[in-house]
Design a protein around this ligand. Sequence first.
Ligand code: ATP
Ligand code: MG
Length: 680
Amino acid sequence: MSIQQRLAKLNPRQQEAVRYIDGPCLVLAGAGSGKTSVITTKIAYLVQECGMSARRIAAVTFTNKAAREMKERVGQMLKGREGHGLTVSTFHTLGLNIIRAELKALGYKPGFSLFDPEDAKVLLRDLMQKDAQVDADQINRVQNQISTWKNDLILPAQALSRAVDEDEQYCARLFEAYNRHLKAYNAVDFDDLILLPVVLLSSDVEALARWRRKIHYMLVDEYQDTNVSQYLLVKLLMGERATFTVVGDDDQSIYAWRGARPENLVTLGEDFSRLRVIKLEQNYRSTGVILRAANTLIANNPHVYEKTLWSDMGQGDPIRIVVNRHEEAEAERVASEILTRRIKESAEWRDFAVLYRGNFQARLLELKLQHYQIPYKLSGGTSFFSRNEIKDAMAYLRLLINPGDDNAFLRIVNVPRREIGPGTLEKLANYANDQATGRGVSLFAACHELGLEQILSTRAVERLGRFVHFIDGVRRRMDQNDAIAAIREMIRDMDYEAWLFQNASAPTIAERRMANVWTLIDQLEKSMEREEGEETDDVESAISRLVLRDILEQQAEEDDSDRVQLLTMHASKGLEFPHVYLMGLEEELLPHRNSIEAGTVEEERRLAYVGITRARRTLTLTLARQRKAYGELMDCTPSRFLDELPEEDLEWEGRADKEDPDRKQARGKDAIAGLRSLLG
Ligand code: ATP
Ligand code: MG
């Protein structure tokens, strides 16, 4: 299909959004109105109609899944080499690429590490424990505060000068120490992926010029979820030229808890007076009933922009609400229904999606799906990367590209067992950190030093020596030869498999763990191949991207085999499915208890809106009367959102009595609590 034919398929407003390329453009519209379609078509339009090189175009979005979907849609439009060098990625991957290219300007050495939140926590705990014993809550609080600062573009010095009490001062000082240590480890954390590029581009005119030359046109999907630093990144990259298109829907803003600023939609108009705002009103995704439910629900929230959405997809089936005895019955119901519905509607497994508020809700469902032998795919969770064997393998990879990565060193120096005990490590750490000798070297580097013999036993020195010698050997082989082969050899040489077998409760478990490690290495290899012909990609950058958790998820997604999709509502953004099940419509679950307490129910309503608008043909909402929480069976109250849906479009099942007295009573309590808080 030619680009002209593609354009002709869009409605006049969408066409306008695609064709307008001379200045800033904002497409503001509700779910399923074809915003992402505008972005993908526009990329093809820029390349095929305006002759822009794909290398000069960067399209960004929020989740890996959404980035992949977009890549796929664009891939179908661009032929052969047309798409070469095109950036379609998450914000964080874009940031990672900028950091990689600008390491020197940023003052980092090659082979930097990306700390995941777990690593960052370990570092923070060490820093905090210098002063006093701390618990997990305190560490989390500091970690969140630092993350908020970074997302709001506040540097340690500012944080300190703004601190109003001792607590904030303490936090700000930790922030400073934390950053200093990251730098010393040649490491960055997740939030740095955006922050560092922003800091660089706003202070280094040459770097800014380089990136402005490189990126001529930017497109941002799900713009309502950008935070302050992400917005600045776009603004810096685009500059005066302001050649960008952003699309968004304020009703789908669901990342406030991660610093998202939906008011960036308004800021955009203030910062770019030439901004052209285009609104779309036709929904091409859902039936009338589903759309009406979504519109009625979201009408309960205050609005920045009024939007109307209509659809000519027909009214469709009513929305079913299924009340179950308990959570197990709920899972059972969803699984068995998918089984029969697939046959009745001659649908495919992949036409079904089950959405929920939290990953924990998937556990029972997984069991039931397995019971019925229904193939499914769980996404959004980080299960693969949180496996111990994968964390070990990742730590080896990180140490290989950056021996200064002390966290990685500590994780695997004794895995598999090398008889290097905590006593030895503590002495080693003291030695490495020895300020008196002005040393301050990494643990790995310290192992190489002769002075070590004075503080450690000969045996301990030997063992450490063997370890660093082993790693150095692998590093040499990686440089000289096939890096991936050297990594595979390393895993075999150290007999990681034997170690897994010693530590697993059953041989099959050990086998599966070993297979996971090989999958990881295969993915690493594949990711290097894919980039061939593109900008040179080495094992280092491939590893850092692995740390970004892109590749494995990608593998999961590329596996587009026929499976039922299980995902959180957060992860479902931008996607669509013919049949959607939304589980757990109960107070304290959706809306979530924390948000009820924090008074942020509006965000939960948007989350429900996102969930509902994923459905194309049928929507089923389920809930349980009882659910286990904290080891006890608790009575559940149906979600207030159910009351906000148009009653005439609903079909209830399993509700004993329309006006459940329990529910009324619970509502009453809610209202009283609400009144109390109003009265102070
Ligand atoms: P969301 O807010 O959920 O991200 P969206 O606004 O990005 O939704 P799309 O995913 O782009 O919407 O489009 C929704 C569906 O409508 C897709 O299946 C898409 O192919 C289809 N669609 C978009 N525009 C048109 C059109 N002009 N004619 C027919 N179908 C369209
Ligand atoms: Mg979209």
